[in-house]
Design a protein around this ligand. Structure first.
Ligand code: CA
Length: 410
């Protein structure tokens, strides 16, 4: 029996960007997400060209290896097409795109991937990232220089090492074939989802929203709830064995859903000042993805940056500790000064004495001292007065304390 199922594709421009450079495709056997880059002109064109070209492989294959070969060839063909397009339209120079796709052959999937869009498999309640990010920060994680948690918030996390575009005639594409079975949910998404919505949140949506379309929409909504600084694209594939879904018409979303327009963007878009002011941190953190050819020099720059950042963090921490210590000392001094405005009458060496300060001590620190001794022995006092003096009698001022002493003997 043919293992088939339902799928959904959703793409959203997000809350900050002015155009959607992502493209998505949910076809009969093929499912793809592409995230374009290239500044104001190009990113949307790049992902659209790639997805339209790769969509041509959406047909039934006799073996998963054939499908893997066809998918790999389609990505290479898309790469050549991007180079040709840049050759004819110079204004598109530097455009590129990620591509993550799966091509299903019954109960197996062929996978092809380049860039930092992601392919996840949700199976038995667990979400597993299948694709590896071709980013510099992932390289730093792999070499043990930073942790995955640090990579997730790294300011240069969108710098890519590998993409399709006009930069490399033979790009390094990851391909593989994996088993799939009824109940599997394959999630393909752009970093507009994975950078802002945690794996736990994605897993919780996939585990609780059974309908394919609803789940895809919920995932996009999760990113929007986080402010969606980037374009968000989700293609979700539910594998089941209820029958053949190959009659369902393919869905294209994002920039590939619109006709291609190659026009130089001669007018620079104004800086989006309001969003910069509202989210200064986010606006700088979500700079366009860009491609850096793999080089040790760039890697070293990133490592140096990380060291500088760590040093800055250490210095901030030291300053914080110093400020807290200063505050504690100031509070102690003020507190001590306050205690020294108080007086009480008590006993010192068997005689009535006036003390400055308060009766309580803090550990070894005495908060009071005798300011005036008297020659009145406590054994001369009445039993009541003696007891009062032994438990001490508070006074607001020194004059007050004198009056108390007079009263004791009067
Ligand atoms: Ca993106």
């Amino acid at each position: 029996m043919a293992t088939s199922g339902k799928s959904a594709a959703v793409s959203h421009v997000g809350k900050i960007r002015s155009n959607n450079q992502d493209s998505g495709y949910a076809g009969r056997y093929l499912f793809v997400v592409a995230d374009g880059m290239g500044g104001h002109a190009g990113g949307d064109v790049a992902s659209a060209i790639a997805v339209k070209r790769i969509a041509e492989t959406d047909r039934q294959y006799t073996s998963p290896n054939d499908a893997e070969f066809a998918l790999h060839a389609a990505l290479l063909a898309a790469n050549s097409l991007l180079a040709e397009t840049v050759f004819e339209h110079g204004e598109l120079t530097g455009m590129g795109t990620t591509v993550s796709g799966i091509l299903r052959v019954e109960n197996q999937v062929a996978i092809a991937h380049i860039g930092d869009s992601r392919i996840y498999l949700f199976r038995d309640g667990e979400l597993k990232q299948i694709s590896a990010d071709h980013t510099f920060v992932q390289r730093l994680v792999d070499s043990g220089r930073i942790t995955a948690e640090e990579a997730a918030v790294h300011p240069r996390r969108s710098v890519l090492m590998r993409v399709l575009g006009d930069v490399d005639a033979s790009p390094e594409i990851d391909t593989t074939v994996l088993e799939t079975k009824p109940g599997d949910r394959w999630l393909i998404c752009s970093d507009g989802l994975s950078s802002y919505v945690s794996d736990e949140k994605m897993a919780s949506v996939l585990g609780t929203v059974p309908d394919t379309e609803d789940a895809a929409n919920r995932l996009v909504k999760e990113s929007l709830d986080q402010g969606a600084p980037d374009n968000v694209t989700v293609v979700l594939v539910d594998v089941d064995d209820t029958g053949d879904s190959s009659h369902i018409p393919p869905v294209t979303v994002g920039s590939a859903a619109s006709p291609l327009v190659f026009e130089a963007d001669s007018t620079r878009r104004p800086l989006r000042l309001p969003s910069l002011l509202l989210h200064p941190l986010k606006a700088t953190q979500t700079d366009d993805s860009h491609f850096e050819p793999e080089s040790d020099e760039y890697l070293n720059t990133l490592i140096l940056e990380d060291r500088r950042r760590a040093r800055r963090r250490r210095i901030s921490w030291l300053v914080f500790v110093a400020v807290v210590l200063a505050a504690i000392v100031a509070a102690a001094v003020l507190g001590y000064q306050f205690t020294q405005t108080r007086y009480y009458v008590g006993v010192d060496n068997g005689q009535v004495a006036i003390f400055q300060g308060v009766q309580q001590d803090i550990g070894p620190i005495k908060l009071s001292h005798v300011v005036e001794a008297t020659t009145i022995g406590v054994d001369r006092l009445t039993a009541f007065n003696r007891q009062s003096v032994e438990t001490t009698i508070s006074a607001n001022t020194l004059a007050d304390a004198h009056r108390i002493v007079d009263r004791l003997t009067g």
